[in-house]
Design a protein around this ligand. Structure first.
Ligand code: A3P
Length: 385
């Protein structure tokens, strides 16, 4: 049996997909290529008639929607789109509307994970005159969260709407921060397809602290598992624990498998495109971190953060310096006040993350990036035990 179709797009003239096990071929061609070319359709139909007349091959056709259903039944892995930059392929660019531009895409991504200082880095970067963040999302308040979830199916036009048209595409640095890109299985592949030249920034703090910060975040958001169970109960819960506790446990623990997640990113992006920021240093000495980040991005003009940031003794964090020597800090949800972590939880998590941290140190050595102080400390615990 052969199925053929001349009304579905691949952007090329004619493509054929053979499935030898079933002896099925699906022929697809982009009708718009033949928009003004009756000869094209005529040729295609004549070819089909010729094959029917002179061979034993059986040819069938279906209306477009049914054919699409058949196609995805045969090739389910193609159900998920993989958006590429339309301007990276001449054939795509030729049929891409002249009204549109490919410049409304970010040059770099801050990928998270959550609770490591991603909002502070986003805030500080937004002070830079050469750097522009996305318009805030009305749904998530700020983050677009395009590559990881259902938004991806809304397509690249939807994504591009979050970015202004740059006044100078080569010098303007647009970026977005979605802090749950870091641990997502699907994001690195999708990001690479659309943004192959992008730079990627991850921020890491001690995964032990990150887990606790997430737990406190969930308490502040009245998550019932976080309110009803202690941190120790959550992180040590077994497979029989209530579902909500396991969900919280996963959100506390899994993003902290740093080496596993970074490895996934590095199967798609070159080491030179990937920067690991030390979140503890960002908290204590953001001026130094912003120097490193500017250098990594190659953004101009060089921005002097010593004049833009100040330490706020009430907030106990670094903030923007505004007129009259006053400070503008991140809101209450960042830099929360909560009790110290109990020592049993800390011991449990130190052991839990030991192997992950060893892997991370090897990875950072390979990347030629300095080990953060918190990682060196954790590794020292390892050599004593
Ligand atoms: P806590 O609220 O647990 O202290 P994210 O923005 O990725 O969710 O990270 C939030 C964390 O950023 C905060 O966690 C806080 O420790 C850290 N942080 C680092 N620099 C900060 C700053 N200048 N202002 C507020 N929080 C900062």
């Amino acid at each position: 049996m052969n199925l053929y179709e001349n009304d579905a797009g691949t952007g090329g003239s004619l493509t054929a997909k053979r499935l030898f096990d079933f002896q099925i071929s699906i022929f697809m061609t982009h009708l718009s290529n033949y928009g003004n070319d009756r000869l094209g359709l005529y040729t295609f139909e004549s070819l089909v008639k010729f094959v029917q007349c002179w061979t034993n091959l059986k040819l069938q056709t279906l209306p477009p929607v049914k054919l699409a259903a058949k196609y995805f039944e045969l090739f389910p892995e193609e159900k998920d789109p993989l958006w590429q930059n339309p301007c990276d392929d001449k054939r795509h660019k030729d049929i891409w509307s002249k009204e549109k531009t490919c410049d409304r895409l970010p040059k770099f991504l801050i990928i998270g994970p959550q609770k490591t200082g991603t909002t502070a880095l986003h805030f500080f970067l937004s002070l830079h005159p050469g750097v522009t963040s996305n318009f805030p999302s009305p749904v998530t308040y700020e983050e677009i969260q395009f590559f990881n979830g259902a938004n991806y199916n809304k397509g690249i036009d939807w994504y591009m709407e979050f970015f202004p048209i740059p006044s100078n595409a080569s010098t303007d640095f647009m970026f977005e921060k979605s802090a749950n890109y870091f641990e997502s299985e699907v994001v690195p592949k999708r990001a690479m397809a659309l943004l192959p030249r992008a730079k990627i920034i991850a921020i890491l703090i001690n995964p032990v602290e990150r887990a606790y910060s997430w737990y406190q975040h969930q308490r502040a958001h009245h998550d019932s598992a976080a309110l009803n169970y202690t941190f120790y109960q959550v992180i040590t819960a077994g497979p029989d624990a209530p579902r909500e506790v396991r969900v919280l446990q996963n959100r506390c623990l899994l993003p902290g498998w740093y080496a596993t997640h970074i490895e996934r990113w590095l199967t798609f992006y070159q080491p030179s495109q990937f920067l690991v920021v030390n979140g503890l240093q960002l908290r204590n000495n953001p001026v130094a971190v912003m120097e490193t980040v500017q250098k990594f991005l190659g953004v101009t003009p060089h921005f002097n953060y010593t004049r833009a940031l100040m330490y706020d003794d009430n907030k106990n964090f670094w903030c923007q310096m505004v007129e009259g020597g006053k400070s503008k800090c991140l809101g209450k949800s960042k830099g929360r006040k909560y009790p110290e972590m109990d020592s049993s939880s800390r011991t449990f998590l130190t052991n839990y993350y030991r192997e992950h941290n060893i892997e991370l140190s090897k990875q950072l050595n390979k990347l030629g990036q300095a080990l953060p102080s918190w990682l060196r400390e954790e590794l020292q615990h390892t050599s004593w035990s």
